[in-house]
Design a protein around this ligand. Structure first.
Ligand code: SAH
Length: 343
């Protein structure tokens, strides 16, 4: 049986009016079954239910953090698991979604990297995370207006499925998200970044996990990094900017004694010259056995100041959900001692 959510909204197997009704049930109301679509003829509901299924997950568990963010642990129909994180802020509700089970990038400081690659998620398994989180939080799906592809996996290595998911997120009759509020984060694959730049109906925001301005350090913490030089990554970022007009974000996890030296801040500022960019410094979220520690507050401040003095637009990202194992780089961790329950 096919997963209905895998389809592009324009290709739902129904005509105009009926299609809009079904889309509204799925994405407007977050209906969990065809039976719930009470304004559709019973025959049609039965027929849809014999050809398609709606729910990509066998089980959903949640871990709530004291800061209000919630980790959603999904068991897929084949028994594999992946995660999403819900982050309510005063002015917005953000969801962080996974694009893979595990990840092949193997960044040394990331817990997901340590679990290795499981498989790609389908478009419906990606989009379904939004519907499930909305349901779990008592929201209508379209109330989740900000989305980041920053969960498990490397979105540009699951390219086609991630693009299809993005098109469903942006589709006005599906989730209707604004492209300005959807961000794709990549480990930095120039070919994928160029390909994304050419998707001119998308124009979503791009974040690049740079994490070091020199090859030696970058290759040490991102072992797959040696396939693409920093110079190539920066070139592709410039192309993305030229094609989309968007500011590009660079993520930089602060690792004590590894990438937090002031000469590295200086080098980073040099790389960013001529690019409209933003640097996000992320204090490293610790996990047992990683072998890395976060830079101290003092060092983060010094690094920040060194960038700012050189005209770099920079901020420090305070990760949410640390006590729930839901912060950046902690997905795939065993549940810590936080309150958990079923959604
Ligand atoms: N594969 C994509 C998206 C997933 S990771 C990418 O590499 O960008 C989302 C962000 O969290 C990345 O910038 C990643 O490098 C960062 N991250 C991973 N582990 C982390 C950790 N332990 N502490 C802080 N940030 C981490």
């Amino acid at each position: 049986m096919e997963l209905l959510l895998d389809l592009h909204p324009d290709l739902y197997p129904l005509e105009g009016f009926r299609r809009r009704q079904v889309l509204d049930w799925v994405f407007g109301q977050g209906a969990g079954s065809f039976a719930a679509m009470t304004n559709l003829p019973t025959d049609l509901r039965t027929e849809l239910a014999t050809q398609y299924h709606l729910n990509p997950y066998r089980e959903i568990e949640t871990v709530r953090s004291t800061d209000g963010s919630v980790k959603y642990l999904f068991t897929l129909l084949d028994g594999r698991q992946m995660e999403a994180v819900y982050m309510p802020y005063l002015d917005r509700k953000t969801i962080c979604v996974s694009t893979m089970v595990g990840c092949p990038a193997k960044c040394a400081f990331c817990a997901t990297g340590a679990m290795g690659f499981g498989r790609n998620l389908t478009p419906g398994e990606i989009v379904g995370q939004v519907l499930a989180v909305a349901g779990g939080e008592g929201l209508e799906p379209r109330e989740l207006r900000n989305l980041v592809f920053m969960g498990m996996g490397e979105p540009l290595l699951n390219y086609a499925n991630t693009m299809q998911a993005a098109r469903i997120l942006l589709h006005p009759q599906a989730l209707g998200m604004s492209k300005r509020r959807v961000t794709l984060s990549t480990v930095g694959l120039p070919r994928g970044i160029r390909q994304l730049a050419a998707e001119d109906d998308l124009g979503i925001k791009l974040a690049i996990s740079l994490h070091a301005p020199d090859e030696e350090t970058r290759n040490r913490i991102i072992p797959t990094g040696h396939r693409n030089s920093i110079a190539e990554i920066m070139d592709s970022a410039r192309e993305y900017q030229a094609a989309t007009g968007r500011r590009v974000t660079f993520e930089y996890a602060m690792l004590q004694g590894v990438n937090d030296h002031l000469w590295q801040a200086e080098l980073l500022a040099g790389l960013l010259r001529g690019l409209v960019s933003h640097v996000n410094l992320i204090p490293m979220n610790p996990w047992e056995g990683s072998g890395f520690e976060s830079s101290s507050e003092t060092q983060i401040q010094a690094f920040y100041d060194a960038l700012e003095e050189r005209g770099v637009d920079v901020s420090v990202r305070r990760s949410r959900g640390k006590d729930a194992g839901a912060a950046c780089g902690q997905l795939a961790l065993k549940r810590p001692g936080a309150v958990s329950g079923s959604a």
